[in-house]
Each structure stands twice: as C-alpha cells, then as structure tokens.
Design a protein around this ligand. Structure first.
Ligand SMILES: *[C@@H]1O[C@H](CO)[C@@H](O)[C@H](O)[C@H]1NC(C)=O
Ligand SMILES: *[C@@H]1O[C@H](CO)[C@@H](O)[C@H](O)[C@H]1NC(C)=O
Ligand SMILES: *[C@@H]1O[C@H](CO)[C@@H](O)[C@H](O)[C@H]1NC(C)=O
Length: 570
C-alpha cells in the first residue's frame, strides 16, 4: 500500500495541461530510470511503473515478436498494386506527422475515463523511441529528448532500410505528394529481392539478439545504420504480397502478418522489431501495425490509429509542382560470415515461431456493445463472462484469467490486472448449462457476476504484489512466503490473457498467449459487432483458437437469448 500511495499518487490536473505536466516530469524521470547511462551505472529503479516496465518487458528474454509485441489489423484497403500501396503509405505517414505535431506542441487533448483525466505520458513515449538489447536487460531510449530531435522516419522494402527525411528545411512536414515521390524512389531502388534480411535478427530471443547485436555494430557502417533506425520517428514496412487465402481466412493471415510477418520467406525480415512503432502496408491491401510494448499500452496506440484514419479520410492527394528532394539514403550493412550465421539462426527461429502461432480473428456480427448496454450491463464485463462460459464449456473447468485494466488515472500509471474468474462467474457458468436451473436464476447469476467483475475493476491486485515483491528484493530482506507458495504460482498461470482495446476504427489488436497452454484474447466492441482476436500455440494439444472462438460465439448468442427470454416473461 505504501508504494501505491507514495509513488503513484494521483495528480489530477485542474486544467487541460495534464499532458504537458506529465510529459515534462516524465522526460526528466525517463532519462534517469530508462536511459542507457542510468542502467549502466546501476541506478536503482524508483517507481512502480519502472518496476513494471522492467519486470514485464525489459527483463524478459523471450522474443518481442509474437510474445510481447501486439499487432493491430486495420480493415482491408481496396488497392492491389504498388501505386495504391505507396499512396496509402504516404497518406498514413502524413497522418502520423499530423499527430506528432500535437505531441511536439504538447496540445494533445487530455483523455477522460469515467470523468477522470488520464495521464497522457505514454503518448510521449511511442514516437522516436526504440528498444535496445542488452546482455541481461534491455533498455528503451527516447531520442525525442535531445536538443535536435530526429526528423526522419525509416522505410523498409524488400528487407532494405532507408532514411526518409519527412521535414522540409523550414521545418514544415512533407506533403502527401512529396512523400509519395520519395516512397517511389525508395521502391525503385530496392527492387532486388536477394538481400540479407538483417532486420530478422531483432525477432530472436533477447540474449541471442543481444550477442548478435554487439557483433553487428562492431562494424562502423552497420552501427550508423542501426542508429538511424533506432533514432527514427517510426518505421514504415512496405510488405511484399503474402500468399492469397480465402476471405474467411484473410483476417487470420493479416493478424499473423502484423504479429510476426509470416516467416523468413515472407515479411519477417521486413521489420525492426525493437522499434516502438512500425506501420505495415502490404501491396495486396493488407495494413496495420505492430508495436514494441515496453513504452506504452494499447489504448494510446489505437487512439493514434483513430487520428491517422480520420486524417486519411480528410486528405486527398493533389499533385503540385515542387522542388526536387534528395534521394532518401539507403542504409548499408556489411555482412560478415558471422553475421550471416546469426541471420540464418534468426530465420530458423522465426520460422518455428510463425509455425507455432495459431491466430483466429472472429468478427461477431450478431450484436455489439449496444446489446448489453440495453440491459444495463457493462459490455466489457458481459464479454468477460462470455469468455468464462466459453472456456468452461470447452474444458468443464475455469482457469485463472487476466484482464488488463488501465492505471492511467495515476501519474505514469500503466496497467493493473482484473482477475475475471470469481466465485460468482463460476456459479454463472455452471448454472448456464444446467437444465434444472431456471432462466431467471441464470440471468440473476449473470447479473451478479457482472457486478462483482465491475467491483474488481476498481481493486488493486497484481501490481500491488509486484511492488511488494520488488521492494523485498531490492531491500534484500527475505522474500515473504506467499511468493514461494505453489498456489501463488498457480493463480498467476493465466490460461486466459485478455484485454479490451476499444477504438473508433473497425480494427482489432492481437497478441500471443502468456503461457504455453493458454490463449491471448483481445477484443474491440463496436456498436453492432465485436472484433475478437484469439491466439494459441499449435504445439499445445489442449488449446485450439478456432474451437474456443466457436464456443465464444455460441456463448454470446446463448447469453443474449437468455436475457431476452427473461425480460419477455417479466
Ligand atoms: C519509378 O519507376 C517507375 C517504373 O519504372 C517510373 O515510372 C517512375 O517514374 C520511377 N519513379 C521515380 C521517382 O524514380
Ligand atoms: C464485421 O462485420 C460487420 C457486419 O457485417 C462489418 O460491417 C464490419 O466491417 C466487419 N469488420 C471486420 C473487421 O471484418
Ligand atoms: C481445432 O478446432 C477446429 C474446430 O472445432 C477443428 O476443425 C480443428 O481440426 C481443430 N484443430 C486441431 C489441430 O485439433
């Protein structure tokens, strides 16, 4: 409790300057706690948010691709050629720069949740930042902090990286048609497809990548190229077309493309997975993004996406005469036999990973968030209960369920876990398929379970435990017994790892499971439909993303039928 009160004290701004206040303070603390220097000098980490960033992300040695970096699938676009791809990418880049202008002038409107202002700091961490591998722990560096913030993005096509300056000498951003011409130049000078996919190195286990990284940047040219990527505002991946699949499979395939690129034969080498923000635009109309999770949660990312999509709708491409711009600089890499070996290892590992992931995107079209609302139920809690029911029907038991909840009502707050499996949720799931239970009783149990879930949303659990554990470790006192207890480990083995990430855009975020025998489930409830992405590992015989999605669809339908029958008889 001490940590929660002292370090995450809510500082509720009186004015619209929350963003400003947060970002300035954060800029100072960011340098201290997450900059390379601070970590090298062994400075103690001071806040719960820093502990969270380290233990959840920077200490993790698993690959970021698929294991921690979420993907976002945008609706399919209606282009099928390179002109369409580049036009779309040019507008998208202009849209992100438009968003960036709000960041630069610190005029981003403050968001509110339930009438309370939210900390806007995460928005200031997603552009111009990059994760850098280290031998035991990684760091995230934000290059926007320095005196001369970078003015370029990186574009990657056919595994070849380019520096694209996106500002004119007078400081104004390039226009859409200027960007288009620059992209065309990049396209035209990266036609060879036999290049070494250096970027695939970033998809490996962090220790392996850490070693390969040191090896890679021994060469001066390579080091400069890597720095240019790290310092860029963001990355745009112009992807090669993926194998065609049926319409039904299309979204599953694109979700996989966003999460891992489809393997070394396809687009996995067309990435720099350490980069915080990478927009992905395929030649076949597929588009979306992937982001490195350490600096920010999903909601700020989809808020940015909503802004960019809005901007793109407003902007038409007009061809205007213009001053010729210099050719974007191609980033060179000298590939030694040792680096070549590292790339081959990374390719093999990526292909195994891509083969491992089962991704299923479900568009539940029977109803959306309006339906539970019409029954005065929270759409989020309603969907969580549907997940509980689906899991129970598939396994005849419940499991530890993690739902991330925002802590952004606190300064620098990240996420907290709501544990969705409760005595009440189990009572509801058991009653639902019990023929001896009356419908009115089932509906009452659902209502109760939803209320309990809402109450839990306001309680502090996992983060609190993390704080206590880290304090014990840092103070070198003995670890309290609870952390060694088997039940503690069992309760934290989250077979269902879930998150609601709502947006205005009809998109869906996706991420991998947290445990080998679990599911990753992300959902975006729209007014009249719900987008779900369900993932599982193919090597686990007990899990099946398609099957769970089917149970989920049935559960949602049965819960609607139940509520309608009960309200009819009342
Ligand atoms: C790129 O190549 C295409 C096809 O060869 C050509 O029409 C176009 O003018 C080139 N664009 C630039 C900017 O060099
Ligand atoms: C989901 O289905 C609805 C209704 O058919 C449709 O309007 C929407 O575009 C679909 N969304 C996605 C992401 O497929
Ligand atoms: C997963 O479930 C689906 C639908 O129930 C089924 O068709 C498929 O064969 C299952 N996959 C595996 C690998 O068991």
């Amino acid at each position: 409790i001490f940590i929660i009160n002292v370090k995450s004290q809510p500082r509720l701004p009186k004015t619209h300057n929350a963003a400003q206040m947060c970002s300035k303070e954060r800029r100072r603390s960011f340098r201290n706690s997450s900059g390379v220097d601070a970590v090298m000098s062994g400075r103690r980490c001071v806040s719960l948010s820093d502990w969270w960033m380290q233990s959840a992300y920077l200490d993790s040695r698993m690959p970021v691709a698929m294991y921690t970096s979420p993907g976002v699938v945008l609706p399919k676009m209606h282009f099928q050629d390179r002109q369409g791809q580049m036009r779309f990418a040019a507008k998208l880049i202009a849209g992100v720069l438009d968003f960036k202008s709000m960041i630069d002038s610190e005029t981003l409107p403050v968001e509110y949740l339930g009438g309370k202002p939210l900390c806007m700091d995460q928005y200031y961490q997603v552009l111009t930042s990059c994760r850098i591998p280290g031998p035991k722990r990684d760091v995230v560096v934000n290059y926007a902090i320095g005196k001369t913030p970078p003015s370029h993005i990186t574009v990657v096509h056919n595994f070849q990286f380019f520096v694209l300056d996106v500002y004119n000498s007078d400081g104004s951003p390039l226009t859409v048609d200027q960007i288009y011409v620059q992209l065309e130049k990049i396209w035209n000078s990266s036609l060879q497809t036999n290049k070494e996919p250096v970027g695939i190195l970033t998809s490996n286990h962090r220790n392996t990548w850490g070693k390969a990284y040191n090896n890679l940047i021994k060469d001066k040219t390579n080091k400069e190229s890597v720095r240019a990527i790290q310092k860029s505002i963001f990355t745009v991946c112009l992807d090669a077309p993926m194998p065609r699949v049926s319409d039904e499979m299309y979204h599953n395939k694109v979700a996989a493309q966003m999460l891992h690129g489809g393997g070394s034969r396809w687009n996995s080498g067309n990435r720099w997975f350490d980069k915080t923000l990478q927009f992905i635009v395929g030649e076949d109309g597929s588009c979306g993004l992937t982001y490195e999770h350490a600096p920010a949660e999903g909601p700020p990312i989809v808020f940015l996406v909503d802004h960019v999509v809005d901007y793109m709708k407003r902007t038409e491409m007009v061809r205007t005469p213009m001053i010729p711009l210099p050719m974007p600089q191609k980033l060179r890499f000298n590939i030694t036999p040792e680096i070549k070996k590292d790339i081959e290892k990374a390719k093999q590992n990526m292909n195994i990973m891509a083969h491992e992931l089962d991704v299923r995107v479900l568009n539940f079209t029977h109803y959306g968030r309006k339906f539970p609302k019409s029954h005065k139920m929270s759409p989020d809690a309603f969907i969580q209960m549907a997940l509980q029911l689906a899991y129970y029907r598939m396994y005849q038991t419940c499991c530890p369920t993690y739902e991330s909840a925002s802590l952004r009502m606190f300064r620098l707050g990240r996420t907290e876990a709501v544990l969705s499996t409760t005595t009440e949720s189990l009572q509801f799931t058991k009653a639902m398929d019990d023929p001896s239970e009356h419908n009115s009783e089932k509906a009452a149990l659902l209502d109760k379970a939803i209320k309990v879930h809402r109450e839990h949303t306001h309680m502090v659990s996992i983060m609190h435990m993390l704080g206590l554990k880290m304090m014990a470790i840092e103070d070198l006192t003995s670890l309290p017994e609870i952390f060694m207890d088997t039940s503690f480990a069992v309760a934290a083995h989250f077979n269902l790892y879930t998150s609601q990430v709502g947006s205005k855009t009809d998109c869906v975020m996706c991420f991998g499971p947290m445990v080998p025998d679990g599911y990753g489930i992300c959902y975006n409830p729209m007014d009249d439909h719900i987008n779900f992405a369900v993932t599982a590992f193919n090597s686990c015989e007990e899990t099946n993303a398609t099957k769970l999605s089917q149970f989920l669809e049935d559960s949602l339908l049965d819960m609607k039928t139940l509520l309608e029958q009960v309200s009819k008889t009342q």
